[in-house]
Design a protein around this ligand. Structure first.
Ligand code: GGG
Length: 358
């Protein structure tokens, strides 16, 4: 039988991005070779901060058109100290997410064996939740401006507008409710700040209430973002699916992965759920310039993101096998420094391959 082939655009980006994307590719290729029923064709793109230094752009003008035909995008990280972060982020990661309408960003918070957590007795508690990030608008609308350069008196004025559309709110709410419905506990918490932000966040709340009425089998509540941050720490057992705006979810998911032990473990998927465009899979962490090039970055976030990619290819059994291998590798204590171990990126990657058979 001819293996089913998937074309994947690899964009390592900056810093540790190339180390963790290499690790993920090595693991995926090993799986394909072992299985034989599927294969991967990789297209490599050198877009990112080095590309910007050479061309003045983070990716070429026709970058999105080049990505459109692939089955998925596998992304590393973006950001480098010599270039302002808003240029690198908007020039690459956000350009792809918004340009390809990857409007749902899912970020599971996974607690793994042997990984020290700041939460007391985390390993004995049943902790497993998933942050759903609205990924197309909100505080990341890009609207605003900076005026009055050099003005006497008040000086410059900057505005940064958050934009919430009814369609944008509704599609992410429905996505999150469907996800909650598919999970055993069937719970959803919607994060808001409508007490202070009396336009966009009130629309967000109104849409949440309207959609919630269609899902009587899902237990749902609405929680202020500040209270939700406290709940992540004080009552994480109460969490199942957490849906939040672009900025709130970005912050809360970093808190979640820190509670799980390290940002280096956290996976994410930027999805176009209608499958009109390719989705993009990337670790939650950034480019980590302080450890880039040392061979000690944690490949688990990138490899767990690859497992999410296998799920969307319809190879869910393979995604589960990869997640099992991650858990087994941690159980064996093969961990990078960020999670208290001494293993290198390469050693963890090799263990992830070896443990696929366990
Ligand atoms: N792999 C994720 C990544 O590179 N993130 C860089 C970053 O600064 N992200 C902030 C954001 O997306 O809001």
């Amino acid at each position: 039988m001819t293996p089913q082939n998937f074309t994947i655009a690899a964009i390592p980006g900056d810093g540790v991005g190339s180390e963790v994307v290499d690790a993920g590719r090595t693991v995926l290729d090993a799986m394909a070779e072992h299985n034989g029923a599927y294969s991967f064709t990789w297209e490599e793109y050198d877009w990112g901060s080095d590309y910007y230094s050479r061309t003045g752009l983070m990716m070429p003008e026709d970058g999105l058109e080049r990505l459109r035909p692939v089955d998925a995008i596998y992304f590393g990280a973006v950001g480098w100290p010599t270039i302002p972060d808003h240029i690198t982020l908007w020039g690459l990661r956000i350009a792809i997410c918004q340009g390809l309408d990857q409007w749902a960003n899912i970020r599971p918070v996974n607690f793994l064996p042997n990984v020290p957590s700041p939460l007391r007795d985390a390993e004995k508690r049943d902790l497993d939740w998933i942050v759903v990030r609205e990924n197309s608008e909100g505080e990341y609308s890009g609207f605003g401006g900076r005026n009055f350069h050099g003005r006497e008196g008040l000086g410059q004025v900057a505005t940064q507008n958050a934009v919430f559309t009814e369609v944008g709110c509704e599609r992410i709410m429905r996505y999150a409710f469907d996800l909650a419905r598919s999970r055993p506990r069937k719970k959803l918490s919607c994060v808001t700040k409508s007490n202070a932000q009396q336009h966009g966040m009130v629309l967000w709340d109104d849409v949440f209430k309207r959609v919630a009425a269609e899902y009587p089998d899902v237990e749902s509540d609405s929680v202020l973002v500040d209270a939700m941050a406290a709940r992540f720490v004080l009552n994480p057992e109460s969490l199942d699916v957490v849906v939040a705006s672009n900025l709130h979810a970005d912050i809360l998911s970093d808190l979640g992965s820190a509670l799980a032990g390290s940002l280096g473990l956290a996976a994410s998927a930027n999805l176009n759920p209608e499958k009109r465009t390719p989705s993009m899979f990337e670790p939650v962490h950034g480019s980590a310039p302080d450890i880039a090039g040392k061979g000690i970055s944690n490949p688990v976030g990138a490899v767990a993101s690859a497992a999410l990619m296998l799920d969307t290819f319809g190879l869910a059994g393979e995604g589960d096998a990869l997640r099992a291998s991650i858990a087994e590798t941690c159980r064996q204590g093969i961990l990078t420094r960020d999670v208290g171990g001494t293993a290198t990126t390469h050693e963890v990657t090799q263990a992830l391959i070896d443990n696929l058979a366990v």
